[in-house]
Design a protein around this ligand. Structure first.
Ligand SMILES: NC(=O)c1ccc[n+]([C@@H]2O[C@H](COP(=O)([O-])OP(=O)(O)OC[C@H]3O[C@@H](n4cnc5c(N)ncnc54)[C@H](O)[C@@H]3O)[C@@H](O)[C@H]2O)c1
Ligand SMILES: [Zn+2]
Length: 520
């Protein structure tokens, strides 16, 4: 199960952050201290005075178990957000219980922040009675090692409640999207092993896994076995790999296979693969029997941070990429960074180009993490995936149908798509986007939109990651310009570019004369 336990010292805002977090994730919220008080019929201070701390801890243990619910109940119980008292996990037994029922995130703050927040209601916190600073200092000294022993933590000092909740969501890798369809996005190391339980708790039935013939030998059997262990009888369809397969023939093959496998309107398609499988399986799901449920399990970095989010599905025509498609959001996106272990390095780099793009869009810290190089990224993939996904999620929640700022996600893409096409797809998508991002940043500098040196700093980061940053000499500029003009994102007269202003900020700018873009 995936309960979320908020833990840490009093005064870090566990209740208020927990309430908003639960609201964002559309989960029930439980404040454990309030549950204890209601059951005991008296405030915690009184429980402590009348019965002592050990008796209170017993009540706390009982309340924790009850709040989590009954693991062996036949009805799948919903995940919850549970705010814990500041010492609730001191007992090892409680800690093990919480760890095996979900994830614990510790909220921490500086002493002065805690004092400022607690001063107003210190009478409610019996362990802090007396001189607040003195008491708190000694309590923190006793518990610091304990709090530090939890791997997930967010420092809440200088942030607003909303910013804290966002930081908690990024650290947890957990979001609920609702601008286009309602679905959870979960980043979880080894999460693919829990897919069956996640389907069950969302009422999703009769899964069929769609994947390609490169991914299948690595991951299909394990996924089918996990689904079986959760009581499903999963089916599978294996398609030939590659962008060349992203066409109507493949979609039609899938439809037929769904019929042969007896899929009905209640069945669920699981897209286990990169952006090609996600786009194809999502499109087949949007059209089979007028639309059935699907779940995305992205297996490339690019599809985790980009393609799996936003509900766009479709396929290519000989005349151009992604010309046919639909908006059909999945019921769940589960990104398991462990699946990336088998991804060839060139594909990983291609995905990193989109991560760098997301850093430039709105997360300077993500950009500087990428500047540390590929080895560092590989060692911290889970964190990188969480941060990069959060950037896209924020944008598509605000503008799901690309009426405005969602177009910022096209940074590097107007030029990049054209380069990809003219290279006849010799360049991977991310490689072309890396070049496109630098070319567009240089233009932004030339027109005075971006600060001087920006394009150089972007080029340096991308180059050190092993990505190309210059248009290959053999690609002719006239051809690139022609390809840009026929790009589907063109307006009637002008093309709108997403251009970087600084790391963390992008503006949409209309460009009338495309030749200017490619000037050196
Ligand atoms: N829907 C959207 O919003 C959106 C956004 C961006 C891109 N896209 C689409 O995504 C596609 C590109 O996606 P991609 O870069 O993931 O390419 P891809 O799906 O072709 O995968 C790249 C290669 O890696 C292999 N592979 C995938 N996962 C693997 C793993 N874990 N281990 C070993 N091999 C693995 C695949 O078999 C394939 O050969 C394009 O078609 C693009 O149009 C869609
Ligand atoms: Zn892209």
């Amino acid at each position: 199960m995936g309960h979320i336990f908020l833990y840490g010292p009093s005064g870090t805002g566990k209740s208020i952050i927990g309430k908003l977090l639960a609201q964002n994730l559309k989960l029930p919220f439980i404040d454990l201290d309030r549950v204890i008080e209601t059951k005991a019929g008296m405030p915690i201070r009184q429980i402590m005075e009348a019965h002592g701390e050990p008796a209170f801890r017993d009540l706390e243990t009982a309340a924790l178990r009850e709040s989590v619910g009954h693991a062996f109940s036949a009805i799948p119980s919903h995940d919850k957000v549970i705010a814990l008292g500041g010492g609730a996990l001191l007992h090892n037994e409680n800690r093990t219980f919480a760890e095996s029922n979900g994830r614990i995130i510790v909220l921490m703050a500086e002493l002065d922040t805690l004092i400022a927040r607690l001063e107003s209601d210190s009478n409610k916190r019996p362990l802090l009675a007396g001189d607040l600073r003195e008491q708190l200092t000694s309590l923190l000294a006793k518990r610091r090692e304990h709090y530090n022993s939890f791997p997930l933590r967010v420092d809440v000092d200088s942030l607003t409640v909303e910013q804290n909740v966002r930081a908690v969501q990024i650290a947890l890798g957990r979001h609920h999207l609702s601008a286009m369809g309602e679905y959870d996005v979960i980043v979880q190391e080894n999460g693919a092993k829990c897919l069956g339980e996640m389907l069950k708790s969302r009422g999703l039935h009769n899964p069929i896994v769609v994947t390609d013939d490169i991914i299948a030998p690595f991951h299909l059997d394990e996924m089918l076995a996990c689904l079986q262990a959760s009581g499903f009888e999963p089916k599978s369809v294996i398609l030939p790999a590659g962008e060349g397969q992203k066409n109507l023939e493949t979609v039609s093959r899938m439809w037929k296979s769904f019929l042969e496998n007896g899929l009905d309107r209640k069945s669920t398609i699981i897209a286990l693969g990169g952006g090609v499988i996600g786009d194809l399986a999502g499109f087949a799901a949007s059209t089979y029997m007028r639309g059935i449920n699907w779940v995305g399990v992205p297996t490339t970095l690019l599809s985790m941070v980009d393609a799996s989010l936003g509900g766009k599905t479709g396929f290519d025509l000989p005349e151009g990429k992604n010309l046919i498609g639909s908006f059909h959001p999945p019921k769940l996106v589960l990104a398991d960074p462990q699946l990336l272990q088998t991804l060839p390095e060139r594909e990983l780099r291609s995905g990193v180009a989109e991560v760098v793009k997301h850093g430039i869009l709105s997360d300077p810290e993500l950009f500087s993490l990428c500047s540390r190089g590929l080895d560092w990224i590989k060692a911290d993939l889970e964190n990188i995936v969480k941060r990069a996904m959060a950037v896209k999620i924020k944008i598509i929640e605000e503008d799901p149908y690309e009426k405005g700022f969602r177009a910022a996600l096209n940074l590097g893409h107007t030029v990049g798509h054209a380069i990809e096409l003219v290279s006849k797809f010799e360049l991977r998508h991310g490689e072309a986007i890396a070049i496109g991002t630098v070319v567009e940043a240089k233009y932004a500098e030339r027109i005075g939109l971006a600060e001087k040196g920006l394009s150089e700093s972007i080029a340096k980061t991308l180059n050190e990651l092993g990505l190309p940053v210059q248009i290959p000499k053999e690609l002719r500029k006239e051809e690139i310009l022609r390809a840009m003009r026929v790009d589907k994102k063109k307006d009637s007269k002008v093309i709108r570019f997403a251009l970087p202003v600084e790391i963390g900020k992008v503006e949409l700018v209309a460009v009338a004369d495309l030749k200017d873009i490619l000037e050196e």
